[in-house]
Ligand binder design. Structure first.
Ligand code: XIL
Length: 337
């Protein structure tokens, strides 16, 4: 793994003062996913989270596996601690995620019941969690990753048990539980796959025509220095905003080694990473203000990134290096916000 520092140039770094938050440069929220264990055990991680970001997405602890481990048991301990952290430090809390096919507890995977029983299970899950965090969570990813790459609906456990109507029902239950929260649909590859983006938009527009309120779309943006082109990103922002959805760049990271090859990090690659981030931000700045929900990075330092564990590859996708030193993309971000 990378042990040397390929950071911002000294003359650029004057603004990278620890006491200046990234969000102070920005007219929209700048967020990070929070790994709860790192927040509690690593003081450097915690101080960067406090100083640099003003929106927080829980990376794991709000997922059903953690928050709803047994049918009649909700585990609020860690989630409540994170909510207090956000309140005490004046951070927006973005809830992630209620209905997803992954990170489900075993009892849901094993659950036997009629479509109506499953609908009730989904309702209880959504409404208990949202009611618990009323006035603490501003916005929620209600449904996550419901589409395939070819634009069809993913055959998730929710679709299998409840039918195609589960997405509509999830949004209706959510709206009932907290009418003032912003409700998002969240997915990946929307910036690079127009078939998928078009399907998501026409599906959500159809729900809206039926009176379902959907406030925004989360574009995860697990992207790389190779793909997509900045123009694809610009077109996606345009297309979503013109259809009146708020846009959350919800899980941003920029891989420099997407194919998991033997890898030599170079200054050139980190500059490419910075340039892609810069053009993404400039394009995001063009979105009308009322549609800018914010840009959230999926972690703080390369050493905390999910990509290394999940894909088991060497990678450096975030703003800070393994020693918590800001990388060129950090300086680019400050310049472009
Ligand atoms: C990831 C977390 O970062 C990992 O720690 C966990 O092991 C798996 O999930 N899309 C999502 C996120 O919506 O919730 C995922 O987060 C990354 C992909």
């Amino acid at each position: 793994m990378l042990t040397f520092f390929l950071g911002c140039k000294k003359e650029e770094i004057s603004k990278c003062d620890d006491n200046i938050g990234l969000f102070t440069f920005s007219s929209y929220p700048i967020g990070t996913a929070i790994d709860f264990n790192a927040l509690e055990s690593d003081p450097v991680y915690k101080s960067i989270a406090i100083k640099q970001f003003n929106s927080i997405t829980p990376e794991n602890i709000f997922k059903a596996q953690y928050i709803h481990p047994e049918p009649l048991l909700f585990n609020w301990t860690e989630a409540d601690r994170l909510a207090s952290f956000c309140q005490n430090n004046n951070k927006r809390l973005h809830g992630h995620t209620l209905i997803w096919h992954q990170q489900l507890p075993q009892w849901i995977l094993d659950y036997q019941g009629s479509p109506f029983d499953w609908e009730l299970l989904m309702k209880v899950h959504i409404q208990t969690v949202m009611t618990h965090f009323k006035n603490k969570v501003t916005a929620w990813d209600i449904v996550n990753e419901a589409f395939n790459e070819d634009g069809t609906l993913r055959n998730s456990i929710w679709k299998q048990k409840i039918g195609d109507g589960y997405i509509e029902k999830a949004f209706l239950f959510a709206r009932e539980a907290d009418p003032s929260a912003l409700l998002f649909y969240n997915d990946f590859n929307l910036e690079s796959n127009t078939t998928k983006l078009n399907s998501v938009l026409s599906f959500l527009n159809n729900l809206r025509n039926r009176g379902v309120r959907i406030d925004g779309i989360g574009i995860q943006m697990h992207i790389s220095t190779y793909y997509p082109e900045p123009t694809q990103i610009a077109n996606t922002f345009q297309k979503i905003a013109t259809q009146n959805y708020k846009i959350h760049v919800s899980e941003l990271d920029i891989s420099v080694n997407p194919l998991g090859k033997d890898f030599v990090p170079s200054e050139e690659l980190f500059n490419e990473q910075a340039n892609l981030l810069g053009s993404l931000v400039l394009n995001y700045n063009q979105i009308p203000k009322q549609f800018q929900h914010g840009i959230t990075f999926w972690g703080i330092s390369d050493k905390n990134s999910w990509i290394r564990d999940f894909y088991n590859r060497e990678d450096y996708p975030l703003l800070y290096d393994d020693n918590y030193l800001p990388k060129p993309c950090y300086c680019k971000l400050i310049k472009t916000l």
